[in-house]
Design a binder for this molecule. Structure first.
Ligand SMILES: [Zn+2]
Ligand SMILES: [Zn+2]
Length: 312
């Protein structure tokens, strides 16, 4: 690889407009592009060096939950499925928060997710476990051919220049977020020495450990939630309802429900199917931040049931 090629690849870490995909791009992993992703995992080992403190663990948990909500409620239910409405400013702010999760920009995310629903577990599904479990979990987004956005799937989102810009420079958002956590730790060390924390602890726990957990738990919806769990609805794919993944992802584990009726803002269809993102969306609607949450039509609750599926 020439020096110029290496420089172009490194630039592409920060500016996605540098990524060019030839039509015959293969499924092989683009190792140069995924170096930052691998490094993020390795940096987590720094917990052995920086140690821990209760406040660092609490911040890591809060950082996980806040960003998981932005991913599930906004990247997924709003940008991908239009399950509710909001203002343009709230749309951008939650897109920005979602981008701190280091799962690319909202347009890229929604474009691949919409394709998943169109071809779910068929040949053209880009992350079906039928093509290999590891592929469905990570392989699909580590290859060059899926680094670019499927623009024909997201024309509605590409009308917003601020979202297009966010998608182009998506990696700058988590970098800024990581620095903010570093500064928070440095401030706490000075102002509240009794917390026994510092900048590096806050960076490693609050950003790296929290982000890696967040990324893999989100990816479980593509991989595990098409393999492990129960099926209530005949959806023509392998989607499952899995309560454990639902808890980890604030409601996304009710994936068979979701494939049955993707437009619903609610994914836990029954009261015992805990769907924290939906409860928070309901709360946000009380304050007028979002509105027009799409319900599950009552006639769809018991339609397409798999024979002998447990009746509530
Ligand atoms: Zn799915
Ligand atoms: Zn979906």
């Amino acid at each position: 690889m020439s020096l110029q090629n290496v420089l172009t690849k490194v630039l592409a870490w920060f500016d996605n407009s540098n990524v060019k995909v030839s039509d015959n791009a293969t499924d092989s992993i683009d190792w140069m592009r995924v170096i930052p992703f691998i490094l993020m995992h390795l940096v987590c080992l720094m917990v052995l060096v920086v140690g821990w403190s209760p406040v660092a663990l609490w911040v890591a948990l809060a950082s996980y939950l806040l960003r998981m909500f932005a991913i599930t409620a906004f990247y997924h239910r709003y940008f991908s499925h239009k399950a509710f409405k909001t203002s343009r400013i709230a749309q951008f702010l939650f897109a920005l928060l979602g981008a701190t999760a280091t799962q690319r920009g909202p347009i890229w995310w929604a474009s691949h997710h919409r394709r998943h629903h169109i071809h779910s577990d068929k040949d053209k599904d880009i992350h079906s476990p039928r093509h290999g479990f590891l592929w469905s979990h990570m392989g699909w987004f580590l290859c060059l051919k899926n680094f670019t956005t499927q623009e024909h799937c997201v024309r509605d989102l590409m009308k917003f220049p601020e979202l297009v810009l966010l998608d182009r420079f998506d990696s700058l958002v988590p970098i800024i977020y990581a620095f903010l956590l570093l500064f928070l730790g440095q401030y706490l060390e000075q102002a509240y020495p009794e917390f026994h924390t510092n900048g590096s602890q806050m960076l490693i726990w609050g950003y790296f450990v929290s982000s890696i957990a967040l990324i893999h738990c989100t990816l479980f919806v593509n991989s595990l939630a098409h393999v492990l769990g129960s099926q209530r609805y005949e959806t023509g794919d392998d989607s499952r309802n899995n309560w454990f993944i639902a808890l980890l992802t604030l409601g996304e584990g009710w994936h068979n429900n979701h494939h049955h009726y993707p437009a619903s803002a609610r994914q836990g269809f029954f009261w015992w199917e805990i769907d924290i993102s939906y409860y928070l969306l309901r709360l946000m609607s009380v304050f007028g931040i979002i509105w027009d949450l799409k319900p599950l039509p009552s006639n769809r609750l018991y339609s397409n049931l798999i024979q002998k599926a447990a009746q509530p």
